[in-house]
Write a protein that binds this ligand. Structure first.
Ligand SMILES: Nc1ncnc2c1ncn2[C@@H]1O[C@H](COP(=O)(O)OP(=O)(O)O)[C@@H](O)[C@H]1O
Ligand SMILES: [Mg+2]
Length: 375
């Protein structure tokens, strides 16, 4: 039987796009260098190795300029790596053009076509792929309903809120049934309330579709709340990959410890002397270290501190702030000229200017030069 070719979904990668295949994404020694006109080289992504498990949502987290977007563009194929390989499952996609990879890409600025309706925007990728009209319309409607904009199909983008526009962009990315969904700071243009709501929506959509998703953000709270696992990146280099709570509780180095947490971790200098950890006022706060004598940085999160009669850290309260269930105190500590933050239960009777003793239930110790964590 003769069928008119253009009425049907064009093969080359039909098997990829007609259904959701969840793939693992593997980056091996991935490196991207940019060379500017003067010959100066920027290593945006530096020997990056990571395996993103199939069907999971991974947050790629790091400060502005650390190489997050570049990593995403390498995975999408919009950029070619200087070195290294990219695998989707067992398939080496390093030299595969973007349109063959089966990826959905969503940017911060939505990038919707302003003259088209929501329906036309979502349909657009399918028109390019020559999906038959009835099937395309049904798919577009299904995706719109998935992202809860099924009743806005005739509107133009400028008649939608930022959050709704971003949902259209997500529906448009998903309608091709991509193998991998890549989101580059998708919430950055939204106000605080919409950001929270859209973030929960993305989580729901990811769970419902089960699509392998990489969510890029510089916002640690966002990454912590949405991700199955987070990859922390700095200056093109992977620092750590683990479940959010594990990265928070067991950072591998001082960069990760400082980048996660709000209010931030307290960090200050101390000395390792004969295996003992000694504060600048002479108090020993821990022992049993095997590293040679040296100055180190110690870190403890505000919630790791306890006010206690026998506490080893002597502090004078500077500011007391009630924050819901807890109280945050800012205090000066003996031997140091900078302040630390502690979060303690509200029922403590504390006054400004009072001298207190603090104990910490957990502390980190870092090499002062490399930031590597000793304990
Ligand atoms: N096309 C480019 N040409 C030259 N340098 C670039 C280019 N794209 C990115 N960079 C540089 O690579 C580094 C990483 O950038 P990017 O991946 O955009 O970081 P992020 O998304 O984490 O903010 C930055 O130093 C940036 O200036
Ligand atoms: Mg970026």
């Amino acid at each position: 039987m003769e069928r008119k070719k253009e009425e049907f979904f064009e093969p080359p990668d039909a098997g990829v796009r007609t259904q959701h295949h969840n793939v693992e994404v593997r980056l091996e020694n991935l490196t991207k260098e940019f060379t500017d006109k003067t010959g100066k080289v920027t290593v945006a992504v530096n020997d990056f190795n990571v395996t993103i498990p199939s069907g999971k949502l991974i947050g790629l987290l790091g400060p502005s300029g650390c190489g997050k977007s570049t990593t995403l563009y390498l995975i999408s194929g919009l950029l070619k790596p200087t070195a290294g390989r990219i695998y989707f499952g067992d398939e080496d996609v390093t030299n595969m053009p973007p349109e063959k990879r089966g990826i959905g890409l969503v940017f911060q600025n939505y990038a919707l076509y302003p003259h088209m309706t929501v329906r036309q925007n979502i349909l657009f990728p399918l028109v390019n792929m020559k999906v038959p009209k009835q099937e395309a319309l049904a798919l577009a409607q299904e995706m719109a309903e998935l992202v809860h904009i099924g009743d806005l199909m005739e509107r133009k983008p400028n008649q939608l809120s930022g959050g709704q526009q971003q949902r259209v962009a997500i529906a448009r990315a998903l309608v091709k049934r991509p193998r991998v969904l890549l989101l580059d700071e998708p919430l950055s243009n939204l106000d605080a309330r919409l950001r929270l709501q859209t973030r929960e929506e993305i989580r729901r959509i990811q769970r419902e579709t089960g699509i392998t998703t990489i969510f890029v953000t510089h916002d640690q709270e966002e990454a912590m709340s949405i991700s199955d696992e987070i990859v922390v990146m700095n200056e093109g280099i992977k620092q750590q990959m683990d479940r959010p709570q594990a990265v928070y509780e067991e950072p591998v180095n001082m960069f990760v410890a400082k980048f996660l947490g709000n209010p931030p971790i307290n960090i200050f200098e101390a000395d390792l002397i004969g295996g003992r950890l000694v504060l600048k006022d002479g108090e020993v706060v821990a022992d049993g270290f095997t590293e040679p004598d040296q100055e180190v940085f110690i870190g403890f999160r505000p919630e790791y501190l306890r006010v206690s009669k026998n506490g080893k850290i002597t502090a004078k309260t500077d500011l007391i702030e009630h924050i819901g269930r807890d109280t945050m105190i800012l205090c000066e500590i003996e031997g140091y000229d900078h302040l630390i933050r502690a979060i303690v239960p509200n029922d403590m009777e504390l006054k400004v200017g009072q001298t207190i003793k603090l104990d910490c239930v957990k502390l980190f110790v870092f090499n002062a030069e490399t930031g590597e964590r000793y304990r």
